[in-house]
Design a protein around this ligand. Structure first.
Ligand code: PNS
Length: 159
């Protein structure tokens, strides 16, 4: 059984993330979405909220599981017996950083392979930061995030 891990901050989960999860779930037997517990950054949504939002958004996918990790991703992979990482690429500009991460991760854990999936063209512009910027000024979130998350995100900004 081949499992792939899709890591990220997911603060919050966007339709771009969901597109990658959906496509990865067709390529692999199981997809583990791993939410970063980042002690350095203060996310808008708590870890519990980010995990809950992902669970809601992926409830239709039978082979997708949500979990969290802290510290080095390579250690999380090794400790749990995972060796395939999924990363979504939006533009060529993402590639440089992601390539650096892929090489660093393999340097830390020999067996680790990173599989890059190009995002679907309609999500090229989309990121969690863009969603937060739009939400801050009460812009339209429909089409940017899964419909079940629109209300949760709006409420966080007081709308
Ligand atoms: O959604 P993001 O914030 O772009 O996801 C980035 C993430 C979580 C994949 C990356 O920051 C990460 O792997 N962090 C864990 C620490 C780590 O292993 N860094 C890479 C080697 S220095």
């Amino acid at each position: 059984m081949q499992t792939a891990v899709y890591p990220g901050s997911f603060d919050p989960c966007t339709n771009g993330h969901l597109d990658i999860i959906r496509r990865a779930s067709k390529l692999f037997d199981k997809v583990v979405v791993a939410v970063l517990i980042n002690e350095k950054k203060t996310p808008l949504f708590s870890l519990e909220e980010r995990v809950e939002m992902l669970k809601t958004a992926t409830k239709g996918f039978e082979n997708v599981e949500i979990c969290s990790f802290s510290g080095l991703l390579a250690n999380f992979m090794k400790d749990n017996g995972y060796s395939v990482l999924i990363k979504g690429l939006r533009a060529v500009s993402d590639y440089e950083y992601e390539f650096q991460m892929a090489l660093t991760n393999r340097n830390l854990f020999d067996d680790l392979e990173t599989v890059f999936l190009p995002c679907s063209s309609e999500f090229m512009f989309l990121s969690s930061s863009i969603v937060k910027e739009v939400a801050k000024y009460n812009g339209k979130l429909e089409g940017l995030v899964p419909p079940e998350l629109v209300g949760i995100i709006k409420r966080r900004f007081g709308y």
